[in-house]
Design a protein around this ligand. Structure first.
Ligand code: AMP
Ligand code: GLY
Length: 429
């Protein structure tokens, strides 16, 4: 089989490595892919993840048997719809279903209409009304979210009225996130451990994957700016079997059926960003895709063949499949360019040891080839993942490998998994 994967980051590398385990797979094309992915797939750097028509043409002319659309932008732009029209089977939601991530207003209204637990909220399309609301009724901290996609940066948490006014101005008037800020959601600030649950769904059945925990802030101790994610661990020890059962009943199944009733059944990977509040689990956000870097700890623990699962999703036969997981744990430490998520330099040569242990995998997120070497080309450069019998073992091996990989300005957090370890020991969050 010839496969095509749209995207070019660490998440796509993890998907490609897992798909390659299937002996039926002959060639995997990555559009655009990246320098490190080129060791596992045929990369096509000329075709970007948002070049929908070029992607469809490529699939038709290269006898692609199955496509995986991984990032949010092409999903929201209807890449899966267009591939289906061209007769290419694929994994991922339609543009209509992708609104669950691409429009926070759609997602919040869906949750309200179908009684799915989430933070209380108001929607505004007029900055004057938003400001009046904040001045009259709001208590702080409060959460201000741009409606549309914003590279994971569209959520602001003002601590006081002045910061809230600045947030509204930045999103709605200065249009920091472009048209994504035409509407905003202002919502209640929730507290509690956060859990990421990625789930396979064919619109009828849902199979949650191993839970995970992201580390979104740039600095140790959860300080500094929000990033795309500086590291992950799986499973998430806060996500107990009884909480999982509660989420299935109150969140996962109701979301699936809500999307069906709304005429946009969700097929693909649905990501539930949950907060375990004192009032029970609540949805912080939905994503219409695999998380990055959650995928880099979740897929290494998948025992069942990934292509088989993805085809069952496409064929709507997921309910007939037994999806199995390895026991143990996984950890991923992101190596970023110094300065990320602010400005940073690129073009730094990467030194990768060739003798890393078998339980360690380096996923390439932001690099490119130059003179036969790999050089940095993005903020998040590499994800160093390790599996182990315990979370301690996985973290030890991921950090040991991360130490041995070099490039000028390499930046990493040193406390990935520490909160999870405290939770495992029964400590406070
Ligand atoms: P998002 O981009 O939606 O994942 O939001 C980024 C981060 O903002 C989340 O991971 C949470 O840590 C935080 N966040 C979002 N919504 C809320 C909320 N209602 N209460 C507290 N924190 C929130
Ligand atoms: N790691 C968070 C996300 O993929 O949205």
């Amino acid at each position: 089989m010839n496969l095509l994967v749209v995207g070019g980051g660490g998440r796509e590398h993890a998907i490609i490595k897992k798909l390659k385990e299937n002996p039926q797979v002959e060639t995997i094309y990555a559009l655009p892919g990246n320098g490190g992915i080129a060791a596992d797939a045929v990369c096509v750097p000329e075709i970007g993840a948002k070049d929908i028509e070029k992607i469809v043409d490529f699939a038709k002319t290269h006898a692609v048997d199955f496509a995986v659309v991984a990032p949010d932008d092409p999903l929201a732009l209807g890449c899966v719809d267009r591939l289906h029209e061209a007769g290419v089977p694929c994994f991922g939601p339609s543009a209509k279903a992708a609104r669950i991530e691409a429009s926070k207003v759609f997602a919040k209204n869906l949750m309200k209409r179908y009684g799915i637990p989430t933070a209380r909220y108001e929607v505004f399309d007029d900055p004057a009304k938003a400001l009046a609301y904040l001045r009259e009724t709001a208590s702080f901290p409060i959460v201000v979210k741009a409606d549309g996609l914003a590279l994971g940066k569209g959520v602001l948490i003002p601590q006081n009225l002045a910061e809230a006014e600045a947030a509204v101005k930045s999103i709605m008037e200065d249009k920091t996130f472009g048209d994504s800020g035409n509407e905003i959601v202002v919502e209640e600030f929730l507290t509690g451990p956060e859990v990421s649950v990625l789930a396979f769904t064919d619109g009828k059945s849902i199979v949650p994957m191993v839970s995970s925990m992201d580390h979104k802030r740039a600095g140790d101790g959860d300080t500094g700016l929000n990033t795309g994610g500086m590291g992950t661990v799986a499973p998430n020890p806060c996500y107990t079997p009884s909480i999982a059962a509660e989420c299935m009943e109150k969140i996962f199944l109701p979301t699936l059926s809500a999307m069906r009733v709304e005429g946009c059944p969700f097929k693909g990977c649905l990501y539930f960003g949950l907060m375990l509040t004192p009032d029970g689990p609540k949805v912080i956000e939905y994503n219409c895709r695999f998380g990055d870097p959650e995928t880099q700890v979740v897929l290494p623990l998948l025992k069942t063949d990934l292509l088989t699962v993805m085809r069952a999703v496409e064929n709507e036969t997921l309910g007939d499949l037994q999806v199995e997981w390895h026991s143990g744990a996984a950890a991923c430490v992101i190596l970023a360019s110094g300065g990320y998520p602010g400005s940073y330099e690129t073009g730094k040569e990467i030194t990768l040891p060739q003798d890393l242990p078998a339980n360690v995998t380096v996923y390439h997120a932001g690099d490119k080839p130059a003179n036969g070497k790999l050089v940095t080309s993005g903020g998040r450069v590499l994800g160093v993942s390790a599996t182990g019998d315990t979370l301690q073992a996985a973290l030890r091996d991921a950090y040991a490998a991360a130490e041995r990989i070099g490039f000028e300005g390499k930046y990493l957090r040193h406390d990935i998994g520490q909160r999870a370890l405290r939770a495992l020991e029964g400590g406070t969050w």
